[in-house]
Design a protein around this ligand. Structure first.
Ligand SMILES: [Zn+2]
Length: 241
């Protein structure tokens, strides 16, 4: 595979995730570094996270609008103001042509160098990481990067409506056992936590959540060979050129 893009070489990034808060747990530090360096980052959320949270008295349609608002606030904490919601139902994401079409449309519109997304395969060591919606989102995004977004004959009405083919350079997968990028996010960690805490409806015990994320990011730093006390996010960057 080719060289992995450095943060300062990335001007445009797109994160495609199944649920509101997925991007904040896995990649808010990366996103903050990108926007600090002047990059434009766009979020594409496949569902509205209607099946999330702990309060069963909240109507699920109400939950959808709560979660869009929370994700919008979280995005602002790390310098992101462009959010695209595909409006799929939480828990019902399918890897199908409809989803490939919708993500292809977003890629051609945003024209990102990198797409950050969820692994397209189940990892049997992580039940939570391998939520069926995550795997379907990863599969559809993979297919949208290649072949659909760059192929003028895929979904021809997109071209007719002015959306030219676009070749993404790299796919960055979150939570991957074969990660090849360790990003030191110690300086962005407080903002990552503010982004995560924006998802108020999801955290019955926000301080415990924060502590777990710190432990997890410290373990990432150790795995990546960073110094004691550092915090990191890890990614598998895949060459798509
Ligand atoms: Zn999720």
């Amino acid at each position: 595979m080719g060289a992995v893009l450095r943060i300062d070489e990335i001007q445009h990034a797109l994160a495609v995730m199944a649920h509101p808060d997925d991007v904040d747990f896995s990649a808010a530090g990366l996103v903050a570094q990108l926007t600090d360096a002047g990059a434009q980052v766009t979020y594409c959320l496949v569902t509205d996270g209607q099946a999330g949270g702990f309060d069963q008295s909240i109507e699920r349609t109400t939950m959808a609008s709560i979660r869009r608002e929370e994700q919008t606030k979280a995005a602002a904490e790390v310098g992101v103001s462009e959010l695209i919601f595909l409006g799929r139902m939480d828990g019902e994401v399918m890897f199908d042509l409809g989803l490939r079409h919708d993500i292809t449309r977003v890629i051609r519109k945003v024209r990102p160098q990198i797409v950050i997304t969820q692994p397209p395969e189940i990892s049997v060591v992580s039940v939570y990481g391998s939520h069926a919606d995550h795997v379907a989102t990863g599969q559809a995004t993979w297919a949208a990067v290649y072949p659909d977004a760059r192929n003028p004959f895929a979904f021809p009405e997109l071209l007719t409506s002015g959306l030219e083919p676009w070749s993404v350079e790299e796919i960055w997968l979150i939570h991957h056992p074969n990660s090849n990028v360790t990003l030191d996010i110690t300086d962005q960690f407080d903002r990552k936590m503010r982004a995560l805490r924006s998802h108020v409806s999801q955290h019955q015990h926000p301080d415990a959540m924060a502590e777990n994320v710190r432990i997890w990011n410290a373990a990432n730093a150790q795995l990546g060979g960073l110094a004691e006390g550092r915090l990191a996010e890890r990614f598998l960057a895949v060459d798509a050129r």
